[in-house]
Design a protein around this ligand. Structure first.
Ligand code: NIG
Ligand code: FE
Length: 421
């Protein structure tokens, strides 16, 4: 890893994802357009994009580092707006149980799933949790992710939820070139101990966890798993309203297992995004169209749980702007690989490569309210970029599933090689 102050990336085959203020969310047809320049250069000074254009205009010589990007594509780094990368242990026994015929919901109802992860996490030290989360962070960085949201939600007690959020805070401190956002998801499941007294756990969330999180600035967002077998619409509404009173904006897990009402309660609470939406009807699509809430779809979850894919094509055709994220977590999506996500989006959701790339860059940046800083290539934005291997077309990125063509991730002044894996 080197730390040059000025970096000139020159002779780029194509720079894609060029943008201009106010960096709008791409809606409907606009999702299929990526502004680009052929045979181009881009200049980074002190971690910021300060210039780019066609090679014929490139007049820079005295720079600290020249990168010859001949035959390569340069794009904004991926923005993964929904992950759970702080966890104590993988859950492959449940994976095998699902192969044998149990459903995700059945495993959860039997005390597996999120409750299984919470039991182990409560027993795991801060140091061990930090070490494994940091490995996952470095792994996704090498695969092209430059901005990431990380949720708590495997603690399910005051101490363990705060421990998770402290791990995220420490990741932020130790990795300042990575854009990290923290989301409080204490309402991820009802702990076994409160199964017969849900109100008491919800009271702990609203009256004990939320004030502490706000006082210590441990999270930007509050999320609730509003779905069949988890939190009801009424409970979700109560938690999100209380979170808002502490300055935490809403995000929602909704409609993964059933049409839950989560979309509507999210919109009513001005949620920045509603995520999952594998089960959705026209009613929810219409409600989203009349809102500022961003539908965030997680095709990796559909792949791994063998459940329906969210109707992304229909949503885009109806004029919506969607974001895509990995949902990297030990239960439903044990992968943070954005290249594979792009393949799934194109193959299983019928998105064009350009639509899928907008969904994991500028639209995902909007889902983290970071569109002014990241998610596209513009003068003044942070230099969060991916440089591909030599390729002939943008479609090679989703086409080459399972063997990513991302070669380097650039995070401000850091240049990270994918094959360091
Ligand atoms: O987004 N659906 C809720 N939460 C996670 C999965 C949690 C787990 O199974 O550990 C998700 O899919
Ligand atoms: Fe999730």
């Amino acid at each position: 890893m080197s730390h040059p102050k000025t970096i000139l990336i020159h002779s780029v085959r194509k720079i894609c994802g060029i943008d201009h203020p106010p960096y709008p969310l791409r809606l409907g047809k606009a999702m299929s357009f990526l502004q680009s320049i052929d045979d181009a250069y881009l200049l980074i000074e002190n971690g910021t994009i300060t210039d780019f254009g066609p090679m014929s205009n490139c007049a820079y010589e005295n720079v600290d580092l020249h990168i010859n990007a001949q035959d390569r594509f340069l794009l904004p780094a991926w923005v993964d707006s929904h992950t759970h990368i702080v966890f104590a242990k993988t859950r492959e026994a449940e994976f095998v149980d699902r192969i044998k015929g149990l459903s995700y919901a059945e495993i959860a109802a039997n005390g597996g799933g999120i409750l299984n992860s919470a039991r182990v996490l409560q027993e795991t030290s801060f140091e061990d949790l930090y070490a494994s989360a940091e490995q996952r962070l470095l792994e996704v960085q090498r695969k092209g992710t430059g901005t990431i949201e990380i949720k708590s939600g495997y603690g399910l007690s005051f101490d363990a939820e705060i421990k998770m959020l402290q791990v995220i805070k420490q990741l932020k401190r130790s990795h300042p070139a990575m854009n990290i956002h923290a989301t409080f998801l204490g309402a991820h499941a009802i702990p076994l101990k409160y199964k017969e007294n849900r109100q008491e756990y919800i009271r702990i969330i609203t009256d004990e966890m939320l004030p502490y999180i706000a006082d210590n600035q441990l999270a930007n967002y509050c999320d609730v798993f509003c779905d069949e077998g988890f939190y009801t619409v009424k409970e979700t509404d109560l938690i999100l309203k209380k979170a808002a009173s502490y300055g935490l904006k809403a995000k929602i897990h909704a409609n993964e297992l059933a049409v839950s009402g989560g979309v509507q309660v999210g919109i009513a609470n001005s949620a920045i995004s509603v995520d999952h939406l594998e089960e959705i009807t026209e009613v929810e699509i219409d409600a989203l169209k009349n809102s500022h809430t961003i539908p965030t779809l997680l095709p990796g979850t559909s792949f791994f749980l063998n459940i329906p894919y969210a109707p992304a094509r229909k949503m885009i055709d109806s004029g919506l702007g969607i974001a895509l994220a990995t949902d990297y977590n030990p239960g439903s999506t044990p992968s943070g690989d954005m290249s594979f996500l792009l393949s799934l989006a194109c193959l299983k959701m019928r998105l064009l490569p350009e639509e899928a790339i907008n969904a994991v860059t500028i639209n995902a940046a909007h889902a983290l309210e970071s569109q002014d800083l990241v998610g596209s290539i513009a003068i003044g934005k942070e230099a969060k970029l991916v440089l591909t291997k030599p390729i002939d077309s943008l479609a090679r990125i989703p086409y080459s599933y399972g063997s990513s063509v991302i070669d380097f991730t650039i995070l401000n002044d850091q240049i990270i090689k994918a094959s360091d894996m």
